[in-house]
Design a protein around this ligand. Sequence first.
Ligand SMILES: NC(=O)c1ccc[n+]([C@@H]2O[C@H](COP(=O)([O-])OP(=O)(O)OC[C@H]3O[C@@H](n4cnc5c(N)ncnc54)[C@H](O)[C@@H]3O)[C@@H](O)[C@H]2O)c1
Length: 292
Amino acid sequence: MKIGVVGAGLMGGEIALVFALEGFEVLLYDRDDAALQRGVVRLDALLDKGVARGIYTAEAKAEALGRIVPVTDIARFSACDLVSEAVFEALDVKREVLTALDAICKPGCLLTSNTSTLPISTLSAALAPSRRPAFIGAHFFSPVSRMALVEVIPSFDTTPETSARVVGILQRIGKTPILVKDVAGFAVNRLLHAMLIEAIKLVEEGVASPEDLDTACRLGLGHPIGPFALMDAVSSGLCLQVQQILHDAYGERFRPPALLKQRVAAGLVGGAGRPGWTRASIMGPAKAQAGR
Ligand SMILES: NC(=O)c1ccc[n+]([C@@H]2O[C@H](COP(=O)([O-])OP(=O)(O)OC[C@H]3O[C@@H](n4cnc5c(N)ncnc54)[C@H](O)[C@@H]3O)[C@@H](O)[C@H]2O)c1
């Protein structure tokens, strides 16, 4: 099977990588040539870290990179059997990409979207009716090379055969897929944001500090990372965006807390060394640890 990945950013690059590491040939496309080059450089550095930690051999690294072919013409995707779309989270951008894939891909090619928040049935409407049965959500988690879960989300028109084939392919690349209905936030973001909203409310009420609540989740609930460190890693701005979508869909229980809105408006969003809820967001986890 030949795989195609559209969008060489944080998610698309690593989606390409997990397929390549399992022996699939992957075409990686981005409309921005510089982003495509950056994506390949990032994968090279990621694999280097894996080699240094003994996760891959130098030969496995070279073979995996050799299987990822960066392409600047999406027409090359006519050879693909499965295409994963991982472009910006904007309906118009994703519609444009799906319309292009519709015209290019061979009949029977499986089309998947990595959207976190857009309804799969809405995206499906960008495709010709004959394509829709082979289109499905395949929502990977970041960092894709480390997170095993993939939410698999059929649309109204996806056939059970497509779901079964995509689940089988994800299992072949070492992922653990779960089938989820096409609802806002799917399953994982609903669970996660219910917890993040409650964590912020605990801070608003002065019950405990962000640091202590992170400690509580790590040492009391066995979570690998606390809610505030997680918000800093993905950025509070993105969390607020998701909560606004969940609030529109489900009402009061997902209303974004006032403190989160205030902090985002003040630029305290975390991510990429910017100030956030925790010291680690500005110093990096290792330095924050050493500074304690
Ligand atoms: N970042 C996360 O933690 C995360 C987790 C799960 C799912 N997602 C979803 O994955 C998708 C990608 O997110 P990301 O974080 O990798 O974004 P990103 O901004 O890192 O990368 C997006 C890439 O898509 C490219 N792109 C944009 N429009 C394009 C087009 N028309 N054709 C080709 N390439 C195009 C951009 O140049 C960019 O390189 C989004 O739908 C997002 O919601 C993200």
